[in-house]
Design a protein around this ligand. Sequence first.
Ligand code: ZN
Length: 300
Amino acid sequence: MLLAIDIGGTKVASARVENGTVVERRQLPMAYDEAGFAGVIAALSAGWPAPARVAVCTTGYIDGGRVRSVNRDIIRFWDGFALADQLRARFDCPLTLINDGQAAAWGEYTARRTPLAPAPPANLLFITLSTGVGGGLVLDDRLRAGPHGLAGHVGHAGVRLAALDGATVCGCGRSGCLEMIASGTALARQARAAFGKPVTSAELFARATTDYLADAILSHAAQAVAEAIGGLHMIVDLQEVVIGGSVGLADGMLERIRCALDCLALRAAPVLSAAQLGGDAGLAGLIALDTAGAQRGDIE
Ligand SMILES: [Zn+2]
C-alpha cells in the first residue's frame, strides 16, 4: 500500500493507494504547530494498514529532509521543519518528499498523456494561484525539481508590474514577485486597500462582474501571471500552461490570463488550459511518480 500525503498551506490530504488506485481519501485543516501536525498525520492514516511506501508533497522545498519555505508567511512553523524525521518516526518504510507544485505539475502532465490525446505536451508549466502562487515544470517529458528543489517556483519570478496597494517586499524577502500581485492573499490585500475594508478574493470575484475596480484588480493580477508565463516561455519553450488553484479556477480568471497572454503576442504561444484534477493534482502526481518507480535526485 502507498500512503500519499499532500500538505498545503491550509489543508492536508491523504490517500490510501492500492495498485495505483485510491481506495480512500481523507482531508483535514493544516495544523498551526509541530504537535498539531503530528496529530493531523496520525488522523489521516488512522486505521489504515502499515504502508509499504510513503510519498509526500508539500508547500516549500526539501533540503536534506527538512522543509524550507520560500515565503515564510504561509505556515509559520514550516521553515526548517524536520519533516522526514517526523514521518520516519511514524512510518517504517521508504519515503518520498517533493514540492506540491511539482507533484501537481506531474499529475496534470500525466492526465494529458492519454491514448486519445493528439499531441500531449513535452514541456508543461503548472501554476497554482491559491493562498500563495506555486508551480511545477515538466521539460522534455521529465519533471524538473532542480538541485535545490526550487524549479517551478513561478510565484517568486519577477514581473514588471507593481502591486496595486504599493506593497513591495514579498514574504521571500525579494521584491517584484508574482505572488505579491496574484495570490489570493495578495488579491485580498490589494482589495482591502482599494475598498477601505476587508474583501476576500472570493468576494472580489463576485464583485468583478459589476464593479470596475474589482475587475481591474483581477485583470492586473492576470497580466502579472501572463508576464511570468511569457518570460519563462522564451527561456524554456512551453507547449502548455495549466492554471489551477482556487483563484486560478475562479470564474473568469483563466479568460483574463488568456486575454493578457494574447496581448503579449508571444512567438509560438503555449496552449493555456485549466487544471483537470482540481485539488487532487498533487496526490495524482505522487501516485503517478510511485507507479513509474521514479528515482530522482530530489527524492529521498
Ligand atoms: Zn517572492
